[in-house]
Ligand binder design. Structure first.
Ligand code: FE2
Length: 413
């Protein structure tokens, strides 16, 4: 396959890209087609590495409205409605919805997804289903699974045993929910337990950390300390960390030193945290997001995740990371022109680093030929116009192909 004259990641000049046997084999100003080679004329169009969603919940996905819509939009009504829907959860039900959501994501250029799976279920129904989905989707989607203790590890009956069982069943990462544990002691102990388990089974760690507007929620400092002291460092991710948006500056300046030493990853989920955050505030009303701009400026790795796609906690979502990014840039005020131009990194390579798939990620000779081509000439225009995804190519196979729309606007001159 030969792709002609693409703009690779906002580059100043156009280049040709050759793909053979699923790998990038040449990138040059001009390459001549060889016999029987498929040629894609992409003159002046933007080529990016694939989108990455490092944080979604595929077990609850596409259940919004079942058995009722969450009309109040509160977290508590979400929990109540999910409690009812959870009664009817079955293997086939989870599998069908997860694959449907993954296909929505694939249609929007996602090729790497990390899903949390609730393991506070004595039968582990969702985990068993998603382990099958991970295998079935392999030809078109790299799916990682995180054992997510939605109701706590020490605060849920047999929480430790369920996490251990999930580790033995082959999850990629271990989660935690320190801010939800009954006490501060449980919170700290739950993280120690998770790190011990991660070391034993050689797993990544990705904890829902301080997803609350309470400035006293300080699971992050424990997570970062353990990441540093165990040496797991970049194999550890702090998801949400929304309490950090409410911490005082003196504490954050002290915390930042530790975070940089620990070198952990962060995932912010702008759609969901803008929607659920600040719910207990009157006015002024907090945005409920972590300090994305400050973490990024300090050189820490921050990615954006979609979190929920049409479930009891969030009524919208269609698998398009451009919507996630668009909200994220507004909410965190990362909107200088240069910042917007470079912002695709939050939904591409920074997510790939979070998922620890970065070694074989990116448009470089020798790496797997995974890429997207958009119907625009740079990222600013792609994001602003929600430009069509002309191609999503995975290991040399075309997964998505779009015929550009031809809209006629009949307005007076
Ligand atoms: Fe989440």
């Amino acid at each position: 396959m030969l792709i002609k004259q693409v703009v690779i990641e906002n580059a100043a000049k156009r280049q040709d890209v050759r793909v053979t046997n699923g790998k990038f084999v040449a990138i040059a100003d001009s390459l001549t087609p060889i016999a029987d080679e498929q040629v894609i004329d992409a003159t002046g169009k933007l080529m990016l590495p694939p989108f990455v969603d490092p944080h979604v919940h595929l077990d609850a996905t596409l259940t919004a409205g079942q058995p009722e819509w969450n009309e109040s939009g509160t977290l508590f009504d979400g929990i109540r409605i999910w409690g009812e829907r959870k009664q009817t959860l079955s293997h086939e039900d989870v599998k069908k919805r997860a694959i449907q959501a993954l296909k929505l994501q694939a249609a929007h250029g996602l090729q790497f997804v990390r899903s949390h799976v609730d393991v506070t279920d004595p039968d582990l129904v969702a985990l068993k289903a998603l382990l099958e989905v991970r295998e079935e989707a392999k030809p078109w989607m790299t799916l990682q699974l995180v054992a997510f203790p939605q109701e706590g590890i020490l605060s849920f009956p047999n929480g430790k045993e369920l996490m251990t069982q999930a580790a033995e069943m082959g999850v990629d990462a271990l989660g935690a929910i320190p801010h939800f544990e009954f006490t501060r002691e449980y919170s700290v102990d739950s993280l120690h337990f998770v790190f011990d388990l991660a070391k034993k089974y050689h797993l990544l760690v990705d904890a829902h950390t301080d997803e609350i507007d309470d400035p006293a929620s300080r699971g992050l400092e424990t997570l970062a300390t353990l990441a540093l002291e165990t040496g797991l460092k970049e194999r550890v991710t702090a998801s949400h960390t929304t309490a950090m948006g409410s911490y005082n500056d003196a504490y954050v300046s002290k915390l930042m030193r530790l975070l940089k030493m620990a070198d952990i990853n962060f995932v912010a989920n702008p759609l969901i945290n803008m929607y659920l955050g600040g719910r207990f505030d009157t006015y002024p009303k907090r945005r409920g997001l972590t300090r994305v701009k400050e973490l990024d400026q300090e050189g820490l790795n921050v990615a954006f995740g979609e979190d929920d796609i049409q479930d009891p906690w969030y009524p919208m979502g269609n698998g398009n990371m451009m919507d996630v990014l668009h909200m994220g840039l507004h909410a965190t005020q990362i909107m200088g022109y240069t910042e917007i131009m470079n912002s695709y990194r939050f939904i591409t390579k920074q997510g790939a680093r979070t998922m620890q798939v970065i070694d074989n990620y990116g448009i470089e000779v020798g790496k797997s030929a995974n890429f997207l081509i958009f119907n625009a000439d740079n990222w600013y225009n792609t994001l602003n116009e929600r430009a069509e995804l002309l191609y999503s190519v995975h290991e040399g196979h075309i997964l998505v192909e779009t015929e550009p729309a031809n809209t006629q606007v009949h307005l007076p001159k």
